[in-house]
Write a protein of this length. Structure first.
Length: 255
């Protein structure tokens, strides 16, 4: 049975006031590459707002620990299903709304707790060529890591560890004992669901993103942040090479 999802999902961008310099390019590219976005869009901040009638605000006040911030965010999301995106993943190509609706409907029909929406890692190696998403095996690294995913509120609330930092959330093994379903994109997908450029790492511009800023007409933003070191850039390249090898040989990275 087909699931009507257009009015059931919120698209939430996790940010904070110290990253407000990214909002202009983020939303310029968001609506440039996804002009027919059918979902209500929410921006998380501390106190600031982005001046646009297309963007709703979720203000969480003074920064606290990561888990407590997540609790405040979810208490202000009006729908039971939502996408949690990040402010430095900037859309870079046209978004296929029809495909996204299909993926979201498949996730809801399977009653998933979460579904990762980017094809970095983990991914699913499905034998059924028609499947767009599938379950991540238990004890695969980052199976229940938070971010860039479609969530059901019930599962997301269980993932929140109040008083804990982001790393403690990423390495939390408790979800492996739950019955909640953690899904990811299948390698059957021949293109990214949300093509994007990664903008910032530890407060500094990612080196490849500098050219993207120029291409999109935001050269003026370049002086506002330092550029990541060569070491940081090469480390990322090697790390992603490792992930690509896992995917090439259809292997999972178990903890």
């Amino acid at each position: 049975m087909k699931v009507e999802i257009d009015k059931k999902i919120s698209f939430v961008i996790s940010s904070c006031d110290k990253y407000s310099d990214l909002w202009e390019i983020f939303f310029a590219c968001f609506f440039k590459y996804w002009p027919d976005c059918p979902y209500e869009v929410y921006l998380v901040s501390n106190f600031k707002e982005f001046d646009s009638g297309k963007v709703n605000s979720i203000k969480i006040g003074q920064d606290k620990d990561y888990g407590t911030n997540l609790k405040t965010i979810i208490d202000n999301i009006p729908t039971e299903w939502f996408v949690l995106w990040i402010d430095d993943a900037i859309f870079s190509e046209k978004i296929d709304t029809k495909l996204i609706k299909k993926v979201f409907a498949e996730a809801q029909e399977n009653e998933v707790g979460s579904c990762l929406l980017i094809p970095t890692y983990p991914v699913v190696y499905s034998k059924d060529k028609k499947e767009l998403i599938g379950p991540i095996p238990k004890f695969v690294k980052y199976r229940a890591a938070i971010g860039c995913s479609l969530y059901n509120k019930k599962t997301f609330k269980k993932l929140i560890l109040e008083g804990k930092n982001i790393w403690e959330h990423d390495v939390n093994q408790e979800p492996n004992s739950w019955d909640d379903k953690f899904y990811a994109l299948s390698t059957n997908l021949t293109k990214p669901l949300f093509p994007h450029e990664h903008g910032v790492k530890k407060g500094e511009w990612c080196r490849p993103f500098i050219q993207f800023l120029k291409k999109e007409g935001f050269k003026n933003l370049i002086p506002s942040r330092k550029k990541e070191s060569i070491y940081s850039f090469l480390y990322s390249k090697i790390y992603h090479l490792r992930l690509n090898l896992f995917k090439k040989f259809k292997k999972h990275w178990y903890i």
